[in-house]
Design a protein around this ligand. Structure first.
Ligand code: NAX
Ligand code: ADP
Length: 485
């Protein structure tokens, strides 16, 4: 399927290794290693140029015994030939013979410890050949760390760290983006990602997942209203959110939907919640909660249920009825926060978008009796989201620094936010509003999963707008305002 969004293929380590195999068998190993190590050296050179001079810069490598170490040594060799002071620590006491010889011939030095003055450290102990556990050594604090293919100790297939892994500022990866660089702890440790094409081309299989391109402006994927539009044709979002205990959640969800851009927002909530929300956003149309009338969704193109709903039985009952009605009408329906507790009792379809964070996903898996999904949440979050999607029949958006969107029978989509300030109370309520607006207005050209990944991109972009230096000095209200271009 071709998507209207710019998506990058993501592979497991095993898939990339399998793609390399025929080339290695036909004797092209040295060329592959040359391509990979030159790509790594080029990335280091760029970094050194940005920081000052290349000549005399100090670059140290932590070198393993396999091909990952070979890549590291060849990269150090190329750098040495450009006047870099290159040192290598042989972490296993031995290394790729040919690469070591070239390194020594170029004037590189083997040392016992990474020099404390190193400007750049290349982590080339373990790549896709990692098995068992790894213990990461301490690296000089001031050095920029560049991982060769992936940080040592990270499982390339899942992102799981077994033992410990050094955090990289950059990872230069070969042949294709690997899932372990995006998911789980691997996603926190891999830094900025650079992919080097080593000519695997047609040998690469169907990707394991697709990543929304980090270089893409998500706002450019937004289809604006047309002159022929009227409010209903643009898209109406029906929101069931907020409670006397959490009225602010409704305000954030509704405000985010309005600032993302919709034809109309209707809010189903308790009177005092509606009163508060309408005081801030008089354009919202209020509907008494628990109204129970089926025509409240008649004009809706998307529904959002759950933010700030709390755990009162009457509110959950109204939420359940609204989700059922949305399912009956095949409307995209975002189910968030406490409404997620209703899922085991509901019959869902792929238009329903469940939006748990990890804690909620764990409770969801337990509520559904999906023990495997519960376990996978720690070791392989992508597989966990897929198991939840299969188990519920719904699309699942698992929140986190990397958001995973899994839909039964469809490709899994990923978004990686470089905005940890998003971890702030109410941020998820804002995301629900953005999701509602995108699903209501863009559904003619995007699937629910694609709309979801676009919404997650817009949410992260809003954080970058209000907090360009990543200081985290903003709350969810500012995030809501940041959605406006
Ligand atoms: N074969 C090639 O020519 C190519 C190799 N590539 C590089 O090679 C890497 C894969 O190379 P390898 O298959 O040699 O594997 P690695 O270099 O990732 O690691 C395997 C080596 O480390 C040891 N090892 C594994 N787990 C360990 C642990 N927990 N503690 C200590 N030692 C451990 C193994 O015994 C083996 O010697 C890729 O990540 C990539 O960097 C790429 O350059 C593409 C081409
Ligand atoms: N470390 C992080 N880096 C980037 N984004 C994050 C991080 N932690 C959380 N987020 C995002 O912030 C939002 C938090 O949502 P949620 O946990 O539901 O918050 P709340 O319930 O307080 O509104 C999600 O969109 C999630 O993907």
């Amino acid at each position: 399927m071709t998507s209207a969004l710019p998506l990058l293929p993501v592979y497991t380590g095993d898939q990339v290794r399998a793609a390399e195999r025929p080339l290695l068998e036909s004797g092209q190993g040295p060329e592959l290693m040359r391509g990979a190590s030159w790509g790594l050296a080029a990335a280091v050179l760029n970094l050194l140029r940005e920081r000052g001079a290349v000549y005399g810069a100090r670059v140290a490598g932590l070198i393993g015994s396999g091909n990952n170490g070979g890549d590291g040594l060849w990269a150090l060799t190329f750098l040495r030939r450009r006047g870099v002071e290159a040192t290598a620590v042989l972490a296993r006491g031995r290394a790729h013979q040919e690469a070591l010889q070239a390194f020594l011939q170029a004037g590189g030095r083997v040392v016992d410890e990474i020099p404390g003055q190193a400007d750049v450290v290349i982590d080339a102990v373990l790549g896709t050949g990692f098995s068992g556990e790894f213990g990461a050594p301490q690296l000089p604090e001031a050095a920029v760390v560049i991982a060769c293919d992936l940080p040592s100790g990270v499982d390339a297939d899942t992102g799981e760290v077994r033992g410990s892994a050094p955090a990289a500022d950059h990872t230069v990866t070969f042949g294709g983006l690997k899932l372990g660089l995006l998911a789980g702890d691997g996603g926190h440790l891999s830094g900025r990602l650079h992919t080097v094409d080593i000519g695997l081309g047609d040998h690469l299989p169907t990707p394991r997942a697709q990543l929304l391109s980090p270089d893409w402006d998500p706002a450019s994927s937004w289809r604006p209203p047309q002159s022929t539009d009227h409010k209903y044709s643009r898209g109406t979002v029906h929101v069931l959110a907020g409670s006397p205990q959490y009225p602010g959640a409704a305000q954030l969800t509704v405000g985010a939907a309005l600032n993302t851009g919709v034809g109309m927002v209707t809010l189903e909530a308790a009177e005092e919640v509606r009163h508060q929300v309408l005081a801030a956003s008089p354009e919202v149309v209020g509907v008494a909660d628990g109204a129970g009338s089926e025509d409240r969704l008649e004009k809706a193109r998307a529904v959002v249920v759950g933010p700030g709903l709390g755990d009162q039985a009457a509110q959950l009952e109204a939420a359940s009825a609204t989700i059922d009605e949305a399912v009956r009408r095949a409307l995209p329906c975002v189910v968030d926060a406490s409404a997620l507790t209703l899922v085991p009792e509901l019959t869902l379809r792929t238009e329903v978008l469940l939006t748990p964070h990890v804690g909620e996903a764990r409770r969801l898996a337990q509520g559904l009796g999906l023990a495997e999904a519960d376990e996978l949440l720690s070791s392989d979050p992508v597989a966990a989201a897929e198991a939840l999607a299969e188990g519920t029949g719904a699309t699942v958006l698992l929140k986190g620094a990397t958001t995973v969107i899994a839909s039964p029978g469809a490709e899994t989509l990923l978004h990686r936010a470089q905005a940890p300030g998003l971890a702030t109370a109410g941020s998820g309520d804002v995301l629900s509003g953005v999701l509602g607006a995108v699903l209501a207005t863009q559904q003619d050209r995007l699937t629910v999963a694609e709309g979801a990944v676009l919404a997650v991109g817009l949410h992260a972009q809003a954080a970058q707008r209000v907090d360009p230096n990543g200081q985290g000095r903003f709350g969810a209200s500012a995030l809501m305002a940041g959605l406006r271009a």
